[in-house]
Design a protein around this ligand. Sequence first.
Ligand SMILES: Nc1ncnc2c1ncn2[C@@H]1O[C@H](COP(=O)(O)OP(=O)(O)OP(=O)(O)O)[C@@H](O)[C@H]1O
Length: 360
Amino acid sequence: MALRLALRHATGFSLEVDVRLPGQGVSAIFGPSGCGKTTLLRCVAGLTRPAAGHVAVGGQVWQDDAAGVWRPTHARPLGMVFQEASLFPHLTVHQNLDFGRRRVPAAERRVSLEQAIELLGIGHLLARRPAGLSGGERQRVAIARALATSPRLLLMDEPLASLDAARKAELLPWFERLARELRIPVLYVTHALDEVARLADHLLLLDGGRVRAQGPAHALLGQLDIARTHGDAAGALIDGHVGAVDGTHHLLQLDFAGGTLLCVPPPGSAPRALGQPLRVRVLARDVSLALSPAHDSSILNVLPATVQDLADDGPAQLLVALDLAGTRLLARVTRKSVAQLGLRPGQRVFAQIKGVAVLD
Ligand SMILES: Nc1ncnc2c1ncn2[C@@H]1O[C@H](COP(=O)(O)OP(=O)(O)OP(=O)(O)O)[C@@H](O)[C@H]1O
């Protein structure tokens, strides 16, 4: 997916973006309020027309000002999901879905209604009207309707932002399933780092209408200059697979390139099969460092690591980037500890990991 957009609002805000994003998986667009996330999405959808632009998705050119190409929104095969689901209130769930399906000529249908219904788990809701659905259910129906249009691209603008924490937790697994099983690329706008950590393969960081960085989500979140801006949420993502299931102690073992980690599965989560992909997040505040491994501590995960770099993180603390045989980990430690341990790049240490959040 190629996006080259330049736009200036009367308010003085300007957006200048020139990026190539993967044609599959979830690309999260992340950044502070007012940085231009929604504006970027609207340009891709054709709802806002940039002064100059080139938008190409899956080999189709939707806008190319140099060549005089402009496809209006209705001629762009995309699905959109916003903060509030905009379903037709007078139609049942099934009729809402069918409305989406009928927007697309039969020859171009690639996602069946049955597939969309199964993927979002809404088979039991088909006869209801939107007023009889919970916020989370409405959002699932809105996504299924977007899918029923067989889009080449899904645009999601803070789809979880209007839900409380419990509804959000209920909906996240559906988003994960969608991201895993669909071959449709998703542009996902959010300002919630936990959503990025759980869902994103790729990350586009916007700041003041400019691309600050973009790349694989785990690489960017592990970068010190970026992690420093994330406060308590700074942490590393580690992708691996289930290496063992310890039924006696109710623990999962994650095997990844840099070693193994024992993790506590989230309460009520489905049993894991050996070899199943697993993503975890380790917050920098949950990692402490030692020069020798402690054998008499309650911490289960102690891994040998090499200090790569250190960066200021306020007056009292530093963020430390660690290398675990090719996998990045972050630790937040005090300046005092850095001085006492003499921490410097290249040094061998032991990372003591107090908490590991299993994400999917
Ligand atoms: N139609 C418009 N006319 C003029 N200015 C606009 C318009 N739409 C957005 N803006 C301005 O453009 C900037 C970017 O807005 P945008 O909604 O894209 O940000 P955002 O990153 O999505 O923010 P948030 O996270 O708060 O939703 C803001 O300064 C906003 O006030």
